[in-house]
Structures are given as structure tokens and as C-alpha cells.
Ligand binder design. Sequence first.
Ligand SMILES: Cc1cc2nc3c(=O)[nH]c(=O)nc-3n(C[C@H](O)[C@H](O)[C@H](O)COP(=O)(O)OP(=O)(O)OC[C@H]3O[C@@H](n4cnc5c(N)ncnc54)[C@H](O)[C@@H]3O)c2cc1C
Length: 628
Amino acid sequence: MKQSPQGWLKDLPGGNEPPPASRDRKMAHFCRKRKKTMEVQLMARQFSDKEAVTRNEPEDPSNRESGRAFTPLDVLVVGAGPTGLVMASELLRRGISCRLIDQKDGPSTTSRALGMQSRTLELFEQMGIITPILEHALKLWETYVYGPDGKLQMRMNWQALPQVPYPYQLVVAQAHSESVLREYLKEQGGQVEWQRELVELSQDEQEVTARVKSENGTTFEVIHARYVIGCDGAHSFVRKSQGISFEGSVMEADFWLADAQLKWERPQRHAYVWSHQEGLFSVMPLPFDQQWRLFAHIPRRSEAPEEVTLERFREVFTRRTGELGTVICKATWLSNFHIHQRMVTRYRQGRVFLAGDAAHIHSPTGGQGLNTGIQDAYNLAWKLALVLGKQGKESLLETYESERLPVAQSVLKATGAGTALQYAQHPVVKKVVSPLLSRLIQLPAIQRKIALASSELLINYRPSPLSHGREQRPPSGGKRWQKPVSLRKVQAGDRAPQATFLDASSQTPRTVFQLFQQGVIHLLLFTGLHVRISETVRTTALARLVCAQWHDLIVPHLVFAGKEQPSWLQWSGSLLLDVDHEVHSAYGMQAPALCLLRPDGYIGMISKRFDEYTLFEYLRTFFVTQRL
Ligand SMILES: Cc1cc2nc3c(=O)[nH]c(=O)nc-3n(C[C@H](O)[C@H](O)[C@H](O)COP(=O)(O)OP(=O)(O)OC[C@H]3O[C@@H](n4cnc5c(N)ncnc54)[C@H](O)[C@@H]3O)c2cc1C
């Protein structure tokens, strides 16, 4: 039976609002409980490892059948690339027992992905690892594009982003981001188990059973887990084992790549592209002294890929750039690869999920792959943790695919179009379309749009069932996926904007992004710009009710438009003093209103009216009520 908001307020238990200190104790207790399970699991694993090695033969495929004490692992993450590292760390951070295996001997040392987008940097800030990431990175200022005649055709300004915390594209070697992520994993109590290859995977309604080949290749371990997440890259075994197709195409061209030292006069903060009639040649700065990434498009000449040598690179470089005096030496990585555009039709099969390159691969144009994988992991981890912790309902897990699959679709579409134009060999495209586009791209408004689209700041989950409020549903007959063109006028499903406030308890300035470091759901209760006592009392009553029903899950904050707590305000929970109305303005609030922020930094629900009834309906759909 539905209760009216008045009914809830009548039921309000006096003094149910837990002071912040007791909340922290509860969270700590919850995490300790989950860590204990994890320790038991680890002990069980060490025991099974030892036995398998001693016997030096395949382990009994069923621990339970062999009568051994059995505690299933919560999550097995397969693949310790950037996606798997974020996934495992974010699960461990929330007290979920989790193992991360990888078939390789150890960490990769090659640079690979370089472009780190603004939105990923925001997530790194929320994870508390932005400082070490920035330590070995450089900000990309502009890309200079030269036409077939060698003349400067256009400049793309990557700093054309509006006022956001990281208004640029960062260049970071993937080897460095992975090493920062491994440190983060360690801080959460995890580690990568190298030389462990997943070779078999099956599931039933209760669990997933994984057979893993260990270091010497002669012993096997059988791991039982409640869920498995395939972060095992483009050739994903997890994906294949579940019969999930990976449809798409491959470009009819070879691409040569070299990381090398360049001795030339060009500043190491810009990228340079030559669109020569033979094919494109680009040079991107690496965040190490005189180190650059060279990239050459080689229209296919033969079936067998040609071997890439530094000598060949020098020839192509000189021919296409006309830079005769440049010395290219000391290559640290030479490679030859093809560009595939592929993605899965679903992200989940029962208890098995896919994330990162295992679910989508595309051209490196625009630097989106690693960023998209990290954001897949960030989207899934909190949902899975809540479901495993019996705080979230199954409906929450269903939103992973419905939110992330459309993102992959639009990334593939955008990078596919960009790549087709960049590498087009058709004379009309080369002679007419490309020069025209170059002129258009010079316009500041277009530059802003391109920079914003690459930044991934506009990614939103507006059509998701988890988004509630302000025109979140597309009008009938309208586009399925609404693309906002600016970061203003936020709606449910959008990135939660950054804003600064004064924390009343510590009297220190803090930001909304800092709230996300706690990894919980935040409920911002706005008093409105003109504070009215009766409305504010009603707001605090709602906050107490939320505390009573979702005490471990949701932290309510009163966003008070003023510079100090007035004496009439009976509220000892979190009080954000919105002295300059920055928070009200960033979230578009003037009157009393509420806004629910998901742990991954997106807006779950937004309501300009003070709508308690809808809030409780929403919460009950996705979260389990916990009474104190
Ligand atoms: C030249 C180049 C440039 C790029 N530039 C950019 C860029 O600028 N920006 C960007 O965002 N992206 C870029 N990318 C893409 C980016 O590198 C990938 O999207 C990213 O590495 C995907 O991460 P992942 O963790 O999903 O997969 P991966 O990094 O592929 O990691 C998968 C891991 O799974 C392990 N594994 C596989 N099978 C098994 C198994 N059976 N058992 C156990 N372990 C297994 C593998 O050993 C591997 O460590 C670039 C890629 C290339 C090649």
C-alpha cells in the first residue's frame, strides 16, 4: 500500500538522524565484515593453490564435491588492463571480495593509449589518484594540421573547453596510468595475480566456475565466484565463452607506430598531422623529454603486413613531412596494427559481465578506448557492490548495459566517422570535403564542440531507468538518445557538476567532487535561495527519514543558502553552506529542491519541486530499505 508523504512525516521517528561519527562507525563495521569474508576466501585459495602445486596435476574441478570448506568469492575480474584495475579497486574499496587475474607475466611497459580525457580525470580525482597521474603527464595544447602542399591548413585547440576542473586533454602513457592504478589497487588491499590465464568458464543460477591455468602451465585452479567480469581485452575469452558476438569491420589499411626520440625545434606541447597524398602522418608528444609517438597510415599494398623498422619510418617521415633536418632515433616501441570497429550486442550474460575492450574496440582517433573502459568499470562497480552487499536490487544491475551500451555505440560512430574522413583515399573527399571541413573546424564554436565531444563530459544516462527528473524521457517520436550541447541546465542522468561550498562542521571549503570520494549516494537537499523556516524544517524532516531507511547507503546534505547555521535550524547532519550560491547555481536550483547523486558522479534524480513521494518511490525501485 502506498503511503502519502504526510504519512511518512507523521511516522517520523524523533532523533533518528545518526550523527556523522556514528555513520562512519557503521560504514567501517560494514567494510570490516566484508573484508573478513575476503580473508577467509584468501585463506581458502592459498590452501587450494598449495595442494594443486604439490600434486602437480589438475585440481579437482569442484571444491564442494571434494568436501572442502567452501566460501565462494564475490567477484573474479579477468584482465589487469586499465578497465580491470579500476573494476577490482572499486569493488575492494567497497569491501567486496575480489580477485584480479591476468595471463601476462607482469605489467606492460609500452606507452599505448596516450589521450586521457577530462571526464576520466574527474573520476581519478574522485578516486583520489589525480595527483600521481598528473605527475607524469603533459597537457596537449593544439593539433597543427598541414595540407598535401605542406602548408598549415588548420589548428585544433584542445583547451577550448568551458569552465570545468580539467579543461584540456592530457597525454599520459598507459604504462604510467596502469602503474598508478596498481598502486591504488594495493591501497584497497588487492593485487594482480600475474601468469593466470582463464581457460574455461561456466555458470549456473548460483555462481560462475572458472578454470585458471597458473604460472607453470601445468597446474590449474578452479575458482567459484558469484560474478565474473571480463576485462580481458579485444580477444576476450570471457566474451567468447558466453557466445556473445563481436560484430564490426576492419579497415583496409596498415598503421605503423613508433615511440622514438625526435631532435627538432617543435614545442613538445602540440601534436602535428600531415595529410600527405600518400597517407596521413602524425606526431604526438610523449610526456618524456624529446620523446614522441609517430603514427603512419599505410594504404594496404600487400596481404602480408610489412615489417616496421626505424629506417622505414625515417623515409616515410621525411617524404610526408618535408622535415629534412629532423633526427629520429632511440625507438622504444615499434609496431604495426590494423584498426577494427567492433562491439558486442550485450554486456551481460547471467552472472558474467563484459567491460572495456572486451565489449568495444575502435580506432585510436580521438583517444577514447581506455577512457570508455575505465568509465564502464566505474559505472558497474558501485552497482555490483550494492547488490552483493544486499543494499541494491537486481534492477540496479540491469542499468549497466542500458547505460553503457549506447555510449559504446556513439563512441564507435564518432570515431568511425572521424577515421573514415581522416584516412579517406577518395579524390573528392581529399580535394573537396577535407579542405572544407578544415575551414569549418577553424571556427571557435566548432572547436569548442569538438573539444567537448572528445572530453566525454557530455556522456549522460538521461534515458536510463535510473534517471528521474526534468525531461529525462525523450519525447515520443523524438531521438532516443538526447545529446546535450552544453554542461549547463543539468538533468537526471547528467554528470554531476562541480561546485564549491563551505563545510559547516569543519569550516573549510570543500567541493562536490570531494563528496564522491566516500563512494556512497549523496542526497543534496537545497533550501532555495530565499530560505524559509517552514520549508527548511520540512527538508530536515525528510533528511531524517532517509537516514532512518537507508542509513548505510545515502548521506543527506542540507545545502543551505547562507554563510552560517542559524540558531533555529535543528540539524546535526552534513550542512553545506552555499555562501556564494555556487551549488544552487551549478544545479539550477532557486527554490527548495532535491538532487540525488550516484556514487559514480552522475545525477540519479533531480526535482525542482520538493517531491518526497517520488524520491521514496525511486529509492524503493533500486535500493533495499534498511531500518535502524
Ligand atoms: C596504439 C594505440 C593507441 C591508443 N590510444 C588511445 C588513447 O589515446 N586513448 C584511449 O582512451 N585509448 C587508446 N587506445 C586504446 C586503449 O589502449 C585500450 O582501449 C585499453 O587498453 C583497453 O583497456 P582494457 O583494460 O579494456 O583491455 P586491455 O588493456 O587489452 O587489457 C586486457 C588484459 O586482459 C588480459 N587477458 C586477456 N585474456 C586473458 C585470459 N584469458 N586470462 C587472463 N587474462 C587475460 C591481457 O593480458 C590484458 O592485460 C589505444 C590503443 C592503441 C593500441
